[in-house]
Design a binder for this molecule. Structure first.
Ligand code: GDP
Length: 182
C-alpha cells in the first residue's frame, strides 16, 4: 500500500464507507486496500482511511477511502467526513434486517452532507452467509433502483465482488469528473 503514496497519479478521489456498525465496512476496505480479511476490530476513535492506486480507462487514480472506524454508534457523522467525497459505498448486512431498514437513516445523512453528484453504490455484504439471509437480493436491488444507485452483493470474507464494487464506484466517479471537465 505504501506504493500508493509514491506513484504519480492522474486523479485523486475521496470516497466514504457508510452503514451500520458491524456490516463489514472495515473488512471491505482492508480487502480492497490490502487484500487482507481482518477478523476483529479497529481503533475505537477517529476515522480511518486507506489509499489505493487503481487504473481506470488508462488513467491512474488514487482512491482515498474513508471508514468510520466504529464511530457510527457514538456520534452522528460530521460534515468533515463527507467533505469532498465524490463516492460512497452504502453498506448493509444481508443477515441483519435492521441494517437494511436503517438505510433510510443513512440516506438522510447522505442528503444532508453529501455532494449533489455523489456516486452511491448500495452494497449487501456477507453474501457468503446465504443460509442466514434476512434480506433478499431482490429487495436490495429494488431499493437501489428506486434511489438510482447501482447495487451489488459482496463478501469481504470470501473476497467476492469486493474489487468489482470499488472499481465500479471509482469508474463512475471518473466518468462524471471527465464529463464535467469537457
Ligand atoms: P464495520 O463495523 O462495518 O466496519 O464491520 P467490520 O468490518 O468490523 O465487520 C464486522 C464483523 O463482521 C466482523 O466480525 C467481521 O469479521 C464480520 N464480517 C465482515 N465482512 C464479512 C463477510 O463478508 N462475511 C462474513 N461472514 N463476515 C464478515
Amino acid at each position: 500500500m505504501d506504493d500508493a503514496y509514491d506513484e504519480e497519479c492522474d486523479y485523486l478521489f475521496k470516497a466514504v464507507l457508510i452503514g451500520d456498525s458491524g456490516v463489514g465496512k472495515s473488512n471491505l476496505l482492508s480487502r480492497f486496500a490490502k487484500d487482507e480479511f481482518r477478523l476483529d476490530s479497529k481503533p475505537t476513535i477517529g476515522v480511518e482511511f486507506a489509499y489505493r492506486n487503481i487504473k481506470v480507462r488508462d488513467k491512474l487514480i488514487k482512491a482515498q477511502i474513508w471508514d468510520t472506524a466504529g464511530q457510527e454508534r457514538f456520534r452522528a457523522i460530521t460534515s468533515s467526513y463527507y467533505r469532498g467525497a465524490m463516492g460512497a459505498l452504502l453498506v448493509y448486512d444481508i443477515t441483519r434486517r435492521s441494517s437494511y431498514e436503517n438505510l433510510r437513516k443513512w440516506l438522510l445523512e447522505l442528503r444532508d452532507f453529501g455532494g449533489q453528484d455523489m456516486v452511491v453504490i448500495l452494497v449487501g455484504n456477507k453474501s457468503d452467509l446465504d443460509q442466514s439471509r434476512e434480506v433478499e437480493k431482490e429487495e436490495g436491488k429494488g431499493f437501489a433502483e428506486k434511489e438510482g444507485f447501482c447495487f451489488m452483493e459482496t463478501s469481504a470474507l470470501k473476497n467476492m465482488n469486493v474489487e468489482e464494487v470499488f472499481l465500479q464506484m471509482i469508474t463512475k466517479v471518473y466518468d462524471i469528473t471527465r464529463q464535467r471537465s469537457l
